[in-house]
Ligand binder design. Structure first.
Ligand SMILES: C[S@@+](CC[C@H](N)C(=O)[O-])C[C@H]1O[C@@H](n2cnc3c(N)ncnc32)[C@H](O)[C@@H]1O
Length: 257
C-alpha cells in the first residue's frame, strides 16, 4: 500500500513540477537574465497566466499534510486577528480556517487574478481579502496576533525589509509563521537560481535578529522518489520586544543597504 501511494505521489509530483517549469520557462524566463520570481512585474505576469492552473498543481507540491503542519504552527485562539501574506488562491487560507481558531482573518496578495479566485472560493463572514504588497502593508502597527505566509518567501528579494514590515504590524508576543522552499534540495537542481530559497539556518537568524523568541521549525515535503520529504521549511517565532527594543532597531538599520 505504502509503495503504491509513494508511486502515485511521485507521478503527481513529476507532472506538477514539469508543468510549473514549462509554464515558467515559456511565460517568464525566456528573455530574462535575472531570477524572475524576484522581479515583481515578471512574477505578476507569471501569475496572471498560471493562476488558472494553480489549484490543480499546487496540492501536489504543497500537500494537504504539509499545509496542516504549517497552519498548526500558528496555534491561534478564538479572539485572534490573523494576517496571511501572499494568500494566492486561498489554499493556505482554507487550511487556517480548517485547523485554527480566529476572530478575523485578513488575507493579502499582490496579484488580482489570484485574489479573484480566492474570493470566489472562500465565503466566510470573518475572512476578508486585501490587495497589497507585503513590503508596504496597508495596516497600522501592532494590530495582528498572528501572521502566516506560505510559499511567498521565495518572491522576497529583500528579506530584511519584509521582516521589518511584518514585525511592525504584529503585536508583541504575536506569532509569525513562514513556510517556503529550503535551499538544500532546490540548490541541487539549480532551481534556487530562479527564486529565493533560504537555508533554514538563515531563517532562524532572521527571527533572532528581529527579536523573536520560541523559534521552532520543521522540514516538510511530499514523500516521493526524489527525496522531497524535507524540501520545504515551516518556521515560527513569537515576537518579543521589551528591553531589547533599542538593540533591535540598531540591528535593522545596520542591515540596510
Ligand atoms: C506560490 S503562491 C502561494 C499562495 C498561497 N499562499 C498558497 O498557499 O498556495 C505565492 C503568492 O504570493 C504572491 N506574492 C508575491 N509577492 C508578493 C508580495 N510582495 N506581496 C504580496 N503577495 C505577493 C503572489 O502573487 C502569489 O499569489
Amino acid at each position: 500500500m505504502r509503495l503504491i501511494s509513494e508511486f502515485k505521489d511521485s507521478v503527481k509530483f513529476v507532472i506538477a513540477a514539469i508543468s510549473i517549469v514549462l509554464a515558467t520557462y515559456f511565460f517568464v524566463i525566456k528573455n530574462t537574465t535575472i531570477p524572475f520570481l524576484l522581479d515583481k512585474i515578471k512574477a505578476q505576469k507569471f501569475y496572471n497566466v498560471f493562476s488558472k492552473y494553480y489549484d490543480l498543481l499546487n496540492p501536489f507540491v504543497y500537500t494537504f499534510d504539509m499545509r496542516k503542519e504549517v497552519v498548526r504552527m500558528l496555534n491561534s485562539k478564538g479572539e485572534d486577528v490573523i494576517l496571511e501574506l501572499g494568500c494566492g488562491t486561498g489554499y493556505t487560507t482554507e487550511g487556517v480556517i480548517l485547523h485554527n481558531k480566529f476572530k478575523i482573518l485578513v488575507a493579502l496578495d499582490l496579484n488580482k487574478e489570484q485574489l479573484k479566485r480566492a474570493k470566489a472560493k472562500i465565503k466566510h463572514p470573518f475572512v476578508s481579502f486585501v490587495r497589497g504588497d507585503s513590503y508596504y502593508l496597508p495596516f497600522r502597527s501592532f494590530v495582528f496576533d498572528g501572521i502566516i505566509t506560505a510559499g511567498m518567501i521565495e518572491y522576497i528579494n529583500y528579506p530584511v525589509y519584509f521582516f521589518k514590515e511584518a514585525t511592525r504590524v504584529i503585536k508583541n508576543s504575536g506569532t509569525f509563521v513562514i513556510a517556503g522552499p529550503e535551499y538544500k534540495w532546490f540548490s541541487k537542481f539549480g532551481i534556487s537560481r530562479f527564486f529565493y530559497t533560504p537555508r533554514i539556518e538563515e531563517m532562524v537568524l532572521f527571527y533572532k535578529n528581529f527579536g523573536y523568541a520560541n523559534i521552532q521549525y520543521k522540514l516538510l515535503g511530499p514523500k516521493t522518489y526524489f527525496k522531497t520529504e524535507k524540501y520545504a521549511f515551516s518556521i515560527k517565532g513569537d515576537k518579543y520586544f521589551n528591553e531589547n527594543e533599542k538593540e533591535l532597531i540598531i540591528i535593522q538599520n545596520a542591515n540596510r543597504i
